[in-house]
Design a protein around this ligand. Structure first.
Ligand code: ZN
Ligand code: ZN
Length: 369
């Protein structure tokens, strides 16, 4: 078990500095909390991080004084009474040799940018803060380091344990709510900080809704139940889907299940460093197309995940990003036949030097309950 305190944040800041220099910037204002956590280890809900080529300083408010001191070793800590982001922008502007600092336009509102600029000395208001042409932290976060891979594998295994538990709980007549509640209750008992997204339990014809959140609908005597869920453990998200069948499946249901399973396994087998995300998508999609189910597969094949449940890269048609060792993605093809049934199977897969390693080893052969 690796504890977050042992994570090498100085390595991450070092990699960020290299990118800063390449981008011709003297400093970076980090306000997006998942990026800030990744770089510094700080898990509070109000902070900003200023990074220059030489130093780093984390700004937060009085509520987090003790927590910041415990969690953050890679930056100096300053407790402020007003906006941490405004204080961070002002600090950056006051550093000798820092003439330009970047901010992430994807994570900064127009109103906030106005506030940061208004707080700067008049001569710096127009030119000091510039929008990053390309994200700087995101590419670092896409490639997980050893610490992260260990934590993600642990989160994924916790998900598999939950699946095994819920198999013994599911029976016809239960409400989808009750299944979700049991899953979530067990997740907390296993030590999860929370669920990584709203648990999906979709039974019978509702399984044809790709994002069927649990409702008061009851599990049928005969039909599919799709369970898509994940836990947050040590800050990292897990994500897995299994579709089980209550009673005996009909021949067409079994055929559709086998096609999804074959597509899912083809997607996993296609995971390889250097392969594009579009090629992985096509490996899974092609199987369903040949089974006459192309129309029924209405979403992309997968997504990256880590500190957040959805991170780049996206595993979909037209996605040119090439897989790199250390990326963690999901492979989750599905078929959805409105009014009838739906099936999805999802694993987390870590890209290794020679292929893909499935982090969610729960059984995938059709389970009849
Ligand atoms: Zn999922
Ligand atoms: Zn997913």
């Amino acid at each position: 078990m690796i504890y977050p305190q042992q994570v090498d944040h100085s390595r991450r800041i070092g990699l960020l500095r290299r990118r800063l220099t390449k981008a011709g910037l003297h400093g970076l204002l980090v306000t997006y909390l998942p990026d800030l956590r990744y770089l510094s280890g700080f898990t509070g809900s109000s902070a900003a991080l200023a990074v220059t080529r030489r130093s780093a300083r984390l700004f937060t408010d009085g509520r987090y004084k003790t927590q910041a001191a415990e969690e953050v070793t890679v930056a100096q800590i300053e407790i402020v009474a007003s906006s941490p982001a405004v204080a961070a922008a002002q600090w950056l502007a006051a550093q000798p040799g820092v003439e330009f600092a970047g901010f992430d336009p994807a994570q900064t509102t127009v109103a906030n940018l106005d506030r940061y600029r208004a707080a700067l000395p008049a001569r710096l208001r127009r030119s000091f803060l510039s929008a990053l042409a390309a994200p700087l932290v995101e590419p670092l976060r896409q490639v997980k380091d050893e610490d992260e891979l260990a934590l993600m594998s642990e989160a994924a295994l916790a998900g598999c344990n939950l699946f095994e538990h819920i198999l013994g709980f599911i029976r016809p007549g239960l409400k989808e709510f009750e299944v979700a509640a049991e899953l979530e209750h067990q997740a907390r008992l296993l030590g999860a900080e929370g669920m990584s997204f709203e648990t999906i339990v979709a039974a019978g014809a509702r399984s044809a809704l790709p994002h069927g959140h649990a409702t008061a609908a009851r599990l049928p005597r005969n039909g599919f139940v799709t369970l898509d869920f994940g836990v947050i453990l040590n800050g990292y998200c897990s994500d897995m889907t299994r579709t089980v069948h209550l009673g005996r499946p009909k021949a067409n249901e079994r055929r559709a299940y086998e096609a999804v399973l074959e597509a899912q396994e083809a997607g996993v087998a296609a995971v390889m460093p250097g392969v594009s995300c579009a090629e992985v998508d096509e490996a899974a999609r092609g199987v369903l197309r040949r089974a006459g189910l192309a129309e029924a597969f209405s979403h992309s094949t997968g997504h990256g995940l880590g500190l957040e449940i959805h991170e780049p890269p996206r595993i979909g048609a037209g996605q040119k990003t090439r897989l790199l060792p250390g990326m963690v993605i999901t492979i989750e093809p599905g078929v959805y036949l409105a009014g009838q049934f739906g099936i999805r199977i999802e694993d987390m897969v870590a890209v290794t030097r020679s292929g893909g390693q499935v982090l969610t080893p729960a059984p995938k052969a059709l389970i009849e309950l």
